[in-house]
Design a binder for this molecule. Structure first.
Ligand SMILES: [Zn+2]
Length: 352
């Protein structure tokens, strides 16, 4: 049995060549057979040395009752989920939440092709989080207030990022404690902490997940919420070109599925609760999420550089709502993990 989440996408190869070789060696008859289902034979289409799967196969594998097509857009629909995929697109939408793809889609033979990487590292953990293997059964959340001390982070008209992040983290700590979770703050005062120190705190905290809170700065018109999960090995940071260093395995890549599931749960809940502009669940290799061995994400709660959003972030009520929304997302993620672990029993793994 070759489960979906252990497709030979980027496993242990340390160089681009070795990684490509593994990709090219992938046969056309890879079979994924989840428990209780008959073996499923994916049609694999290789282009530019990269494997792709068809939207029709995705529909069949996940039993979406409907696949609608209109021009360059297609929708997979079930009672609880709508996945919108477009031709030559860098993003997809799942239940109206935007996700950056690792590789763009394309059209061939009247079907839309999606990279196998995006299937394994994005769609699968989101569509069926209860199938994620080797999940961390956590009872502690390590909360990381971005910046501090001489590093103010982004400075807007109303205040500095380092002040807003610490205040949000304190509020988030209370909200998580109310859920019965333990919390640990990487910093609880206005001190500077290196990125390595933040990572070390997360890595020595057992049964934990890691949430880093930041606020954004860019051109004055930029606005909205974005949540980052570590980019999988062999993929570019969102909207960036692929670099040689992107083929290096990072410690956090061991948690790819949990990272994207946690990012999804938090981002979707925050969007819904805050009604922020959706900038998407994105991929990057920020040091704090590259080096940690626990599931981890980085949330950018809005732009202090935008006059309206900067004013909103400055209001304690907004930071309370943001904290509550992140805590709600963590609760949803934890429920999925607990369901998954209850269903599979202790010590078993569905990912091989
Ligand atoms: Zn920041």
């Amino acid at each position: 049995m070759t489960p979906l989440s252990s497709f030979p996408d980027a496993a242990a190869a340390s160089t681009r060549r070795a990684w490509l070789k593994r990709f090219l060696a992938a046969s056309m008859t890879l079979v994924a057979a989840p428990p209780g289902q008959a073996a499923f034979e994916w049609k694999i289409v290789t282009r530019d040395g990269r494997d792709h799967v068809t939207l029709r196969d995705i529909q069949r594998f996940y039993s979406f009752p409907r696949l609608q097509r209109d021009g360059r857009n297609a929708w997979l629909k079930s009672a609880t989920m709508v996945v919108k995929i477009s031709v030559n697109a860098e993003d997809i939408y799942i239940n109206n939440v935007k996700f950056c793809l690792c590789f763009p889609t394309y059209e061939q033979g009247g079907d839309i092709l999606i990279s196998r990487m995006d299937l394994a590292k994005l769609l699968d953990p989101i569509i069926r989080p209860t199938k994620i293997g080797n999940t961390v059964n956590f009872d502690t959340v390590v909360l990381d207030a971005g910046h501090g001390g001489h590093d103010s982070g982004a400075v807007g008209r109303f205040g500095a990022e380092k002040v807003y992040t610490l205040d949000t983290v304190f509020r988030l700590q209370k909200a998580l404690q109310a859920q019965g979770l333990k919390t640990l703050l990487t910093r609880s005062t206005d001190v500077f902490l290196s990125l390595g120190e933040r990572v070390a705190i997360a890595n020595r905290t057992s049964r934990s997940i890691f949430v880093s809170v930041h606020f954004n700065s860019y051109s004055s018109s930029a606005i909205g919420l974005e949540t980052f999960a570590l980019a999988p090995q062999g993929t570019a940071n969102s909207y960036d070109d692929l670099k040689n260093s992107d083929f290096r395995n990072r410690r956090g890549n061991a948690r790819d599925s949990e990272n994207i599931a946690l990012a999804t749960a938090v981002h979707a809940n925050a969007l819904y609760k805050l009604r922020s502009v959706d900038r998407g669940v994105k991929r990057d290799r920020f040091s704090v999420i590259s080096g940690i061995e626990k599931p981890g994400i980085l949330v950018e709660g809005g732009f202090v550089s935008n006059a309206l959003e900067g004013a909103r972030i400055h209001r304690p009520e907004f930071r309370q709502s943001l904290a509550d929304a992140i805590a709600g997302g963590i609760r949803n993620y934890r429920s999925a993990i607990l369901r998954r672990n209850a269903a599979s029993g202790t010590g078993t793994t569905l990912s091989g």
